[in-house]
Design a protein around this ligand. Structure first.
Ligand code: GCW
Length: 721
């Protein structure tokens, strides 16, 4: 008896907790009950008669989503009907399937939306008005449904308004840097969600939630494995495992890609060479690729990191990137596959300026790549730094399809201990004017424009997803996944709109929460830049793990040290990339080269990226460079404290679980911001020998102590580094 009572108490307690707790697992698809009676009745009406024009696995995925959403938001199951005219309220299907009920104008309008676009809104037919969600392909219907659910959750749904949307970029892709042993290079949210060891037999239900989350944003491609690739992924055993994931993702419109190790012909093919012009090597890749397609008929293709940071590539055989990429592209072409080749290259020999490397290697190859090759370029020329000017390759080639590579995982931006909303940084890059190939060109327009109709366009983001219950380690890491998906769909979007939408989906529509969280998010990137790398400083973080400050890092390969980048000496600081220095600036359009060559003209945020200047150089606000650096570091810390305070004022307005999760991490962020400020300022002072300005909080601590800190177990480290 006692036992039974205890058990029932236990059950009710755990039920209570499972209802009230919010561990973040549901992401932006939380589907909280609708409170507003008007909205509730409108949604209820739609869910009372759902008619599909046909059957297919994507429609089944839609039904599963509607079951879940309706259950959670209305506490009732949706009603599906076979009676198109009498009982249905909402129609779903493709333009072809609905052709009988659409006017020619409507059909034309929808066909212009391409295969991933959708149309949703009221549709009049034989005197009655239905609500319709129509795509050219089933996946368009799926995107329309997610958009409808989004509008219900953000309370923007209006049944009489017609909405059309289609993505500006064809391939919207996540890149996982996940190893086969489940460690994740630069992963800060636990282990890899791909349980290769238990696949193909065991299918983790999380795979479906992953697919749902991506599809809800329009992400339609995923590369499962690390670009520092393991050739084993191309063996038959692993193909069978990857097939399971591809089959699960297909109804959600997501294609699977894998990373190909260039030396695979030697490692798993028993060949003596991986020379891309060798007939046996060509045969190896053709057979491998054919085999891959026998398991995954819509396999997306390969992503390759070659001749970069010690990865094998065509240079070993005296061949260039185009010869390497084209050989793989030829193997993929008969199946419609894509070959994505990364431009993040720098050779074993240290160059005069790593900034110039990609342009030096890829500009001469312009127009040499096959049509199914995309060159994936990081947003900046160095490496996902807290702030970088856009990569000069965007705008430097006319006949090579370039795709964007952003990093969602915050390797250099606070990893999973800091709240840094990345959309403002991505927006800054996407909206940058390249002036080439035309005066109005921006990075976004370069990415959105196919070289010709056979080329595909691409935006990729290095994933921040892992096995942590909330997927991204820091709850606000979810906002970066979300923002990436939104910008991949439409690179012209602004970060404020994205932030607002995410906040409403994540925390509901309490106006106080919206205002304060939005302020925190939109100011967070600039704050991080201030306390990490203000005024164009870059690459001054801890060695190898990249966690925390390390402006003193020296020794070993020069372009892996901080000194190489900040070049501080008793006279001044910064990397001269103008014509008196490495002249990397000349890789940009003349308009940019001209403006940025002048330290008084260049936007100050890039000052030390391109100029080496004396400590007493005068900034626009009248401060000396030294005072300006000190003030930026100090104001970054103050902004971080402000973020912490603003969040604290939301206690009671956000569920305790997520509130305390973020509260604790913000306290860490403030400590880390102080750590960055103190150690960088003390270090730079040891070189400039100048006093700290009086108006800032004086940095405290002992430089030697900061230098002595070591983090051998920091997460995400590359095993070989
Ligand atoms: O940012 C650097 C990382 C490496 C990474 C490399 C790359 C996958 O520190 O861990 O390797 O870039 O993008 O290839």
């Amino acid at each position: 008896m006692l036992k039974a009572t205890l058990l029932s108490i236990f059950i009710s307690i755990s039920l209570f907790f499972s209802v009230s707790a919010n561990d973040g697992y549901n992401l932006w698809l939380d589907y909280r009950p609708i409170q507003n009676p008007e909205l509730k009745s409108q949604f209820k009406t739609l869910m009372d008669g759902i008619y599909f024009f046909g059957e297919n696995p994507t429609y089944q995925a839609i039904k599963n989503e509607l079951d879940l959403a309706s259950d959670k938001m209305l506490n009732q199951a949706p009603v599906y009907t076979n009676e198109r005219l009498s009982n249905s309220k909402i129609w779903m299907g493709t333009r072809d399937q609905l052709s009988q009920v659409l006017s020619l104008t409507q059909q034309g309008e929808i066909s212009n939306l391409g295969q991933d676009g959708y149309w949703r809104g009221p549709l009049d037919f034989e005197g009655k008005t239905y609500y319709a969600i129509i795509g050219n392909k089933p996946v368009g219907v799926l995107y329309g449904v997610y958009n409808l659910l989004n509008s219900i959750q953000t309370k923007t749904f209006n049944k009489s308004i017609k909405i059309t949307d289609s993505p500006k970029v064809k391939v919207r892709m996540l890149n996982h840097w996940d190893n086969l042993d489940r460690t994740v290079e630069r992963g800060y949210a636990g282990f890899s969600i791909w349980d290769w060891h238990k696949l193909p037999g065991y299918v983790d239900p999380r795979y479906i939630d992953y697919a749902r989350a991506n599809a809800s944003l329009g992400i339609n491609a995923v590369s499962l494995t690390n670009v520092n690739a393991n050739a084993l992924i191309l063996t038959t055993d692993f193909m069978k495992k990857a097939k399971v994931l591809a089959d699960l993702f297909r109804p959600y419109g997501i294609k699977v890609f894998l990373t190909a190790r260039f030396s695979a012909p030697i490692q798993i093919g028993g060949l003596k060479t991986a020379d891309p012009l060798d007939p046996d090597v060509i045969k190896f890749w053709k057979e491998k690729t054919d085999e891959m397609y026998s398991y995954i008929p819509d396999f997306g293709g390969f992503l390759v990191k070659a001749n970069s940071e010690g990865q094998p590539g065509p240079h070993e055989y005296g061949r260039n990137h185009a010869e390497g990429a084209n050989m793989l592209a030829d193997a993929l072409a008969p199946h419609g596959g894509l070959l994505i080749w990364r431009a993040f290259v720098y050779s074993h020999e240290v160059d005069e300026d790593r900034h110039k490397q990609a342009n030096l290697e890829f500009e001469p190859l312009d127009s040499k790549f096959k049509e199914n090759v995309i060159i994936q370029v990081k947003n900046g020329a160095i490496d996902f730094q807290p702030r970088e000017p856009f990569h000069p390759l965007f705008g430097a080639v006319n006949n090579t399809q370039l795709g964007m590579e952003f990093q969602i995982t915050q390797e250099y931006l606070g990893q999973a201990t800091q709240l840094v909303f990345l959309a403002p940084m991505w927006e800054e890059v996407l909206k940058s004017k390249t002036y080439q190939p035309n005066q109005n060109a921006t990075v976004a327009s370069v990415i959105e424009t196919p070289i010709n109709k056979n080329h595909k366009t691409l935006i990729a983001g290095v994933s921040n997803i892992g096995t942590d219950r909330n997927w991204t380690g820091h709850l606000f890491g979810q906002a970066n996944w979300y923002a990436f998906g939104k910008l991949a769909w439409n690179p012209e979007l602004d970060s404020k709109t994205i932030a607002e939408e995410w906040i409403k989906l994540t925390f509901g529509d309490n106006p106080d929460v919206l205002t304060k969280v939005e302020k925190i998010m939109l100011e967070s990137h600039e704050a991080a830049v201030d306390y990490m790398t203000p005024l164009g400083l870059h690459h001054i973080m801890g060695r190898s793990h990249h966690y925390g400050p390390g402006p003193w890092v020296t020794g070993g390969r020069a372009d892996w040290t901080s000194l190489y980048y900040h070049r501080a000496d008793s006279l001044g600081i910064g990397f001269d990339r103008t014509s008196t220095g490495s002249n990397a600036l000349a890789q940009y359009a003349p308009e940019i080269t001209h403006n940025w060559s002048d330290p008084n003209e260049i936007p100050e945020k890039f000052l030390l990226w391109f100029h080496h200047l004396p400590w007493d150089f005068k900034l626009k606000n009248g401060m000396t460079l030294w005072e300006g650096i000190a003030n930026h570091y100090d104001s970054g810390v103050k902004k971080a404290r402000e973020m912490e305070k603003t969040w604290a004022s939301l206690e009671g307005e956000i569920d305790p679980e997520r509130f305390h999760h973020v509260e604790q991490l913000l306290a860490i962020q403030v400590e880390e911001a102080e750590w960055w400020r103190n150690s960088c300022l003390l270090y730079f002072q040891s070189i400039s020998h100048l006093p700290f300005p009086n108006n800032i909080e004086q940095p405290v601590g002992d430089l030697e102590y900061y230098k002595s800190l070591s983090f051998p177990n920091a997460p995400g480290i590359r095993p070989s580094w």
